[in-house]
Each structure stands twice: as structure tokens, then as C-alpha cells.
Design a protein around this ligand. Structure first.
Ligand SMILES: [Zn+2]
Length: 172
């Protein structure tokens, strides 16, 4: 992924943490009843965000408490299947000691939402072609069960802004 202009330095390596994290030793209770609407939507192939009446922030996936004004959002809004890359990072397999084969982990912002989620991008997408703002579209799982991964992954779609930039460039 090419660096955006505001990042001045290309750090070769930031921080490596050794050790293991046993997730199974954690217990966390999560009440699904308040996101039932969202899960039912996914099963039907409908994307629902949760809107805060107080500040109009739309979260997707839904957040049970608004991060901005700490009230409980209660207004479901239908969102389109389009989204864009909000940010991302290069990741490497443990076996890839020389870090030659980066693979992307991306945060996606669904169009109409103010929050982002970590998700997968089509495997055949060239790592270096991914950029912040890259338009994407939902690819549904073959079988939907009313779960987070009913959205199987996101695939890039044509970016109309690229054509605009080209035209602006040709004026010079
Ligand atoms: Zn709010």
C-alpha cells in the first residue's frame, strides 16, 4: 500500500511483540438482543447502521453506546453496499522472515457510516494497488446466517475520482 503524503517517513519496522495471548481464558458476555435487527438484516442481505438521534453519528457495525455523546442510539438506517478503505496496514506471515510478501489488513468505512470495521479485501487484489479512499463493494457470503461474516469480503470497484485526477493533471 503506497504511503499517503502526510506520512513523511517509511518505517521499516515498528514494534514486535513476542509471546502468546490466550483469548480462550477471557470471558466476555455480550447481549445480542440489541443488535438483532443488524443480524437479521445481514441474513436478508441488508446493511443496517445504527444512528444516534443526539449527534447523527451512524455506526456500522452498530455500537450500542454512541462514542461521541454516550447515549444509546436506537434508529436503524439502511446503508448502501458500497464502502471505502479507511486505513490499512501491511502484515506478514511468521514464516516470511524477510518480509517479502505483505498482505493487507484493511479498515472499511461503509458509505453513510461514520465508523470503520476491520474486514477482508479480495485475495486477488495487488497489495500495492490499495489506497486510502479506494471504493469497495460488499461481496456476500454464499450462505448467510445472520452473522458478521455474512459479508464475506469487500472487492474494489471503479474509482470515478481517478478519472477526475487524470483530467486535472492533463491541464498542466
Ligand atoms: Zn451521539
Amino acid at each position: 500500500m503506497p504511503l499517503p503524503e502526510y506520512i513523511k517517513k517509511d518505517y521499516k519496522r515498528t514494534r514486535t511483540m513476542k509471546g502468546s495471548w490466550y483469548l480462550t481464558s477471557y470471558k466476555y458476555k455480550f447481549n445480542l438482543s440489541r443488535i438483532k435487527e443488524y443480524l437479521k438484516g445481514l441474513k436478508k442481505g441488508i446493511i443496517l447502521g445504527l444512528k444516534c438521534r443526539s449527534c447523527n453519528t451512524v455506526s456500522f457495525p452498530p455500537r450500542l453506546i454512541c462514542g461521541r455523546c454516550l447515549v444509546k442510539p436506537d434508529q436503524w438506517v439502511r446503508l448502501p453496499e458500497t464502502a471505502s478503505v479507511a486505513t490499512g496496514s501491511a502484515n506478514y506471515d511468521e514464516e516470511d522472515k524477510n518480509r517479502e510478501h505483505p498482505f493487507p489488513v484493511i479498515a472499511v468505512r461503509q458509505d453513510g457510516a461514520d465508523t470503520a470495521l476491520i474486514h477482508n479485501i479480495s485475495e486477488d487484489v495487488d497489495f500495492n494497488s490499495i489506497y486510502i479512499g479506494m471504493p469497495l463493494k460488499v461481496v456476500w457470503a454464499k450462505e448467510r446466517n445472520g452473522l458478521y461474516l455474512d459479508i464475506d469480503h469487500y472487492e474494489p470497484i471503479e474509482d470515478p475520482a481517478i478519472e477526475l485526477n487524470k483530467k486535472e493533471g492533463s491541464v498542466d
